[in-house]
Design a protein around this ligand. Structure first.
Ligand code: FAD
Length: 410
């Protein structure tokens, strides 16, 4: 940790979002002596773990005027991590075995994660800091402070000034849609996984699922329970890939990526196979998106890299008063939120000092150069958990480890 100051100062801080990141951030900021207002447009805490059977009005989420539903959770979702890796460090995600309404499995359903986050909010009295059903519509720097404009569900608009803003707005709501040659004249239906809830609508259909990471692998199996056939298009697979996957219905295949979508409804894969599909499901991830941020060009989203960010958290030109919690994708999400928010809280109070703006920029440039040398595309800048660089570096060195190492150097 960098040297500390003697005088600890308390700041008035706006936190945008009351999901897992916003909840722990609010707690850490208050523990550090700051006053906190958390804004969330939902009715309750939990962020994306608030499952809804509703979805965006546009199934591909391309229409900018669509009604947006925040969550991307589907009905059958269970955690992809064991619960002991998911909790905050001082509030473990333990099974509530004496409460029959709770799911005590090691990989519980999404409802159990929501219940855990509600327990956390109750335990640390976070809700008293939250303004529910209040959307932040504009955040901009004004004379060394931050102007925050919001509106609530009855249309009441507010304009307030804060010393600092911490963005915890999540990044699984703005879909990234695959580009498919020929798709404009392909006659079938398309949906992004953000809007997938249950397999029922795919009953007896032939479905192509694009993407074979966590959501693609999970959703293709969910749909296979009712569909006639499910074909996964996997960009990461060799071009001749064609493999039947073991599922009880015996109707799931993985292919290489799509080559062309034709007007007659057929889909040609790069492995030469052709299927006549009813629906394409894009399980192709999400884009960082902060429509409320007005930072006069200080921040840029370049091929899904939010730049320039020091350790994925601070924007050097506006540090420390603007920060981001939860941008990196890595396995232990909640613990990462906790570490990042402790850092932000301590920097805002002056207990921990950031390097100079120049030094932070140097560090960022060096980090981007490292990614270039490793051949890691810009769009994976924040995907720390997914990218194993052990191919290039000695054992056990992954981007995730590098990030942990970087964080603990402060
Ligand atoms: P969110 O939970 O998305 O919360 C953001 C909040 O900000 C929301 O409540 C939203 O309403 C609010 N908000 C956004 N914009 C505004 C605005 N302008 N004004 C006011 N409020 C706003 N992680 C795991 O650890 N284990 C898992 O098993 C797991 N499974 C996942 C499965 C799926 C399908 C997805 C998409 C993600 C999964 N994750 C999992 C990762 C998950 O994103 C994190 O665990 C975590 O819950 C994200 O928390 P967050 O607070 O960053 O964002």
């Amino acid at each position: 940790m960098a040297p500390t100051q003697n005088t600890i100062c308390s700041k008035h801080v706006a936190v945008i979002g009351a999901g897992a990141a916003g909840l722990v951030t609010a707690r850490e900021l208050r523990r550090e002596g700051h006053t906190v207002v958390v804004f969330d447009r939902e009715k309750q805490v939990g962020g994306l773990w608030n499952y809804s059977s509703k979805a965006d009005s546009d199934p591909l989420s391309l229409d900018t005027t669509r009604n947006i539903v925040h969550t991307s959770i589907y009905e059958s979702l269970r955690t992809n991590l064991p619960r002991e890796c998911m909790g905050f460090t001082d509030f473990p995600f333990v099974p509530r075995i004496h409460d029959i309404s709770r799911d005590s499995r090691r990989y519980p359903s999404h409802r159990e994660v929501l219940a855990y986050l509600q327990d956390f909010a109750r335990e640390f009295k976070i809700e008293e800091m939250v303004r529910f059903e209040t959307e932040v519509v504009c955040v901009e720097p004004v004379n060394g402070k931050w102007s925050v404009r919001s509106k609530n569900s009855v249309g009441f608009a507010a304009h307030e000034i804060f010393d600092a803003v911490v963005v915890c707005s999540g990044h699984f709501t703005e879909p990234n849609v695959a580009h498919i040659p020929g798709i404009k004249s392909w006659p079938g239906k398309q949906i992004h996984s953000h809007n997938y809830r249950v397999p029922g609508p795919f009953n007896n259909e032939v479905v192509v699922v694009i993407g074979n990471y966590a959501s693609g692998a999970d959703i293709s199996r969910d749909i296979a329970k009712v569909a006639k056939e499910v074909h996964i298009a996997s960009r990461a697979s060799e071009s001749d890939t064609y493999q039947k996957l073991p599922v009880p219905q015996n109707n799931l295949w993985v292919h290489s990526e799509i080559d062309f979508a034709h007007q007659d409804g057929s889909i040609l894969f790069k492995n030469g196979k052709v299927v006549y599909a009813d629906t394409i499901v894009h399980c192709t991830g999400y884009k960082y998106y902060f429509p409320f941020l007005e930072t006069n060009g200080y921040i840029n989203i370049n091929e899904n890299r939010v730049e320039p960010l020091y350790k994925h958290v601070f924007l050097p030109a506006l540090a420390p008063s603007l920060s981001f919690i939860g941008l990196p994708g890595m396995a232990i999400q909640f613990v990462m939120f906790e570490i990042q928010s402790k850092w932000v809280a301590a920097v805002l109070s002056g207990r921990v000092i950031l390097p100079s703006q120049d030094k932070m920029m140097e560090d960022i440039i060096e980090w981007y150069a490292t990614l270039d040398v490793l051949g890691i595309p810009k769009r994976h800048t924040h995907k720390l958990g997914k990218i194993s660089v052990s191919r290039y570096l000695p054992n056990m060195i992954t981007c995730e480890n590098i990030y942990r190492f970087q964080l603990f150097q402060h």
